[in-house]
Design a protein. Structure first.
Lengths: 145, 655
């Protein structure tokens, strides 16, 4: 093989490799995008019904309700415009509490409720996930004329 | 009075940094030795003043000086002393000061280590480091002064975030920063080479130990962070593809690529402009990491108390440093002549493939990390990219890379016929295939295709790394050439990669994880262990109160251990904290975390059995140790002393 052929083979390998990995990467990317929705957006039917997304807002006061004898827990996430019932089974993050911001990852069930697979932890008692803060601000704006 | 001394020291440091950033560069341009000679004393002085400022801040923390805003917000008189020191870099302002201290320490090391280098070149390197330093010092003094006063002084401090009150977190930031910031040194070498317009193979030999040293710190720093997340964030994962983790991982990937392309540049004098580009990229990714972590645009553990003004400043700094060096690169790179080619089966082409795969992985991680931020900034919706994306885009280039690593180590420079390579590697390949396929079934009863691929690849990397060292150890008379320290380092670091892959594969395939509900007195089975929930009680810590569960772990009729996980509430910041209890072992970790009270004395619990998880961090430590051996290779030192002799002889002659 001449040096030229060598180089062509190498370049060919590189181009194929990069194309294949770019293709696979984009597909993986497409499948794993998670959109964020506020309760108001979910109530307005903007959220997808067939794929996972993230729901964020405040945990409504007095809404946390445990099912006796299991790890399942029901609560309501609100942005004070709309409220969505959420159910979650498992161990909760440390800072989950009433009147605190929360972000849940999961899917809608067919009764308008949200089934969370994961409740995202916050790390500070004063900390508010930026998405939630923004959703709350938007909701407040829409309520004050 | 004392905090003001700290601030004054920082201002003096800025002054010296300004001198270091300008005069030596001008001196090199005009070939005036009186001007270039200023570089070393300026850098040394800068280190002294930054160190003074740092000590002043430590002093304020140790003496609970709550008239300093930063101390009042991040410390408390009841905080244990080691954590008062850790609190110095527990938040934005102090961690920035630590960044600068480490940069000036690296610069000081360069002033010592560069004595054998050509005078003008060393002056340029120090000048470039000075520019970086000016940027960061301005940033601190203008937007994030750690010595800002607070009137009237607070009576008590707001305490360090409880998550950070942990031995792992005392060490994690300094070591990680040493790696991050250390990449400024190869960057400065690269820019200095571009300024000179010449790049010799010697340049690569000078740059290599610095790159490897910072890579070593970065490796240990990332491993420490992962270890901390595993036991402290509470839920037993060891890598989350959190943007902040990615921020430290991208410079690591680019730095790894840089180490390998430097090897080619040193030995063969090719890949020159590519190496320079990687050096620029690696440090730019470090700065990007600083920006991501410190600007507050990320939802993360690290995003405390950050504000947009600071983000903008770092973004500008990033733009200036990256943009400036890339512009320089665009104008100068074509002057770097390249001589010599190489064959398809040669060490050069394996290292080329290594570089391509690492850069592809870096780009994929970068894309997944930045894309959501761009969309958000453009107001096009809030999205996040899930871990499956990162797993996929990372594994796709890394799997072939791991296979190639095993071969590449046994190739030689320039050319090589295919036959001896395949013959030599038959043995490790055979071992990897047989053990890798049989053992998962024997030990765990079942295995998926992906698991088998992972285990076989890991064993392949380990076996082929050990091939040469084993030959040296067991057949002393037959091997002609002893291994150099650089080679030992290479084999060891690659073996570390294999150990890491083994740990990561086995842990992710065979972890047993259960969330359950239990009351004291319950007995239940998890994997091969029986758990007995003996008791739960309240205990008092130094600065927290806790609920502590007590669990006996039995294997058959043998008591393995007693684990005591806690749920802590710190007195000042009243947020609850889960302290998992872990029984550590080479074969497996047993992990119990207390969830929440469910009423009627019942608790939710998370119990995990994680086989071989220690191998993940062990692998990283082995990699770092390999790096250490490589730095200690005498060829970096001997030649330097020779040059020094040559230079001193020359100067004697001219004198």
């Amino acid at each position: 093989m001449t040096a030229r052929q060598n180089r062509m083979i190498l370049i060919g390998l590189v181009v194929t490799g990069v194309t294949v990995s770019a293709f696979l990467a984009l597909r993986a990317f497409e499948e794993n995008l998670l959109f964020f929705f506020s309760p108001a957006q979910v109530a307005a039917g903007e959220a997808p019904t067939d794929r996972t997304f993230r729901l964020g807002g405040m945990v409504l006061e007095d809404s946390i309700n445990r099912e006796i004898g299991s790890l399942t827990l029901n609560f309501i996430v609100t942005d004070y415009t709309a409220s969505i019932p959420v159910s979650y089974t498992g161990v909760l993050p440390d800072l989950f509490a009433e009147n605190q911001g929360v972000v849940a990852r999961g899917t809608l069930d067919n009764q308008g409720g949200f089934i969370a697979e994961e409740i995202l932890a916050k790390h500070d008692e004063n900390y508010m996930p930026p998405e939630v803060a923004e959703a709350l601000a938007l909701s407040e704006e829409s309520q004050t004329p | 009075m004392i905090p003001e001394i700290g601030q004054f020291a920082l201002i003096l440091a800025l002054g010296l940094a300004l001198i270091q950033a300008t005069i030596p560069l001008l001196g090199a341009l005009w070939s005036r030795e009186d001007l270039t000679a200023i570089a070393r004393p300026a850098a040394t002085g800068q280190f002294v003043f930054v160190m003074a400022a740092f000590i002043v801040l430590c002093h304020a923390f140790l003496n609970d000086d709550f008239s300093v805003l930063y101390v009042a917000t991040n410390s408390n008189s009841a905080l244990p002393t080691p954590y008062k020191i850790a609190a110095v870099w527990g938040a934005h302002e102090g961690s920035l000061l630590l960044w600068i201290l480490i940069l000036s320490a690296w610069t000081l090391a360069v002033t010592v280590g560069s004595r054998g280098l050509p005078h003008e070149f060393a002056a340029r390197v120090l000048g470039v480091l000075g520019i970086v330093s000016v940027g960061m010092l301005l940033f601190t003094l203008l937007t994030s002064n750690p010595f800002e006063r607070f009137f009237p002084a607070a009576l008590e401090g707001n305490d360090l975030n409880p998550l950070l009150q942990d031995p792992g977190l005392v060490m994690h930031p300094p070591i990680l920063y040493a790696g991050y910031v250390g990449l400024a040194v190869p960057f400065a070498f690269a820019v200095a080479a571009l300024l000179t317009g010449k790049l010799s193979q010697d340049w690569a030999r000078w740059t290599r130990p610095w790159t490897t040293a910072s890579w070593m710190f970065l490796t240990v720093g990332i491993a420490l962070g992962s270890w901390w997340a595993y036991y402290e964030l509470g839920w037993g994962g060891w890598w989350f593809w959190d943007p902040v983790e990615n921020a430290s991982f991208m410079p690591w990937l680019a730095g790894t690529a840089l180490i390998h392309s430097l090897a080619v540049t040193e030995r063969r004098g090719i890949f020159k402009s590519w190496t320079l580009l990687l050096a620029i990229a690696a440090f730019s990714l470090s700065l990007l990491g600083t920006f991501l972590v410190r600007s507050g645009i990320l939802v993360s553990v690290h995003a405390f108390a950050s504000d947009p003004e600071r983000g903008l400043f770092i973004l500008l700094l990033l733009g200036a440093i990256t943009g400036g060096s890339l512009t320089l690169y665009a104008f100068r790179a074509r002057y770097l002549t390249v001589e010599g080619g190489f064959r398809l089966v040669s060490r050069e082409s394996f290292l080329l493939m290594n570089n391509i795969l690492l850069v592809v992985a870096t780009a994929a991680v970068l894309f997944g990390t930045l894309y959501p931020l761009f969309l958000d900034a453009l107001g096009m919706g809030k999205i996040s990219v899930g871990p499956p994306y990162f797993n996929a885009v990372f594994l796709i280039p890394m799997l072939p890379l791991a296979v190639l690593v095993g071969m590449g180590m046994h190739t030689t420079w320039l050319r090589m016929s295919g036959e001896p390579l395949s013959k030599r590697l038959l043995f490790p390949a055979g071992i990897a295939l047989t053990i890798g396929i049989i053992f998962p079934f024997i030990l765990f009863g079942q295995a998926s295709a992906l698991t088998l691929v992972g285990v076989v690849t890991a064993l392949w990397v380990i076996a082929s790394s050990l091939l040469e060292p084993a030959k040296r150890l067991f057949q002393k008379n037959r091997s002609p050439m002893p291994l150099t320290r650089g080679q030992w380092g290479m084999y060891l670091a690659h073996m570390g990669v294999g150990v890491f892959i083994l740990g990561a594969t086995v842990t992710s395939s065979y972890t047993i994880e259960t969330d359950s509900r239990a009351v004291p007195g319950d007995r239940w089975q998890v994997g091969e262990y029986e758990l007995y929930f003996r008791d739960i009680r309240r205990i008092e810590g130094v600065n927290y109160e806790a609920t502590e569960g007590e669990f006996e772990v039995w294997e058959g009729d043998q008591l393995v251990t007693i684990l005591r996980p806690q749920k802590r509430v710190y007195r000042v910041q009243t947020s609850p904290m889960t302290e998992a209890a872990i029984d550590v072992g080479w074969g497996r970790d047993l992990f119990i975390a207390l969830g929440d009270p469910l009423g009627d004395g019942a608790w939710s619990l998370r119990v995990q059995i994680k086989p071989l998880i220690r191998f993940i961090w062990l692998g990283a430590l082995i990699m770092a140790f390999g790096g250490l051996l490589a730095i200690m290779d005498p060829r970096y030192r001997v030649k330097r002393t020779q040059e020094k002799d040559a230079i001193s002889k020359q100067s004697l002659e001219t004198a």
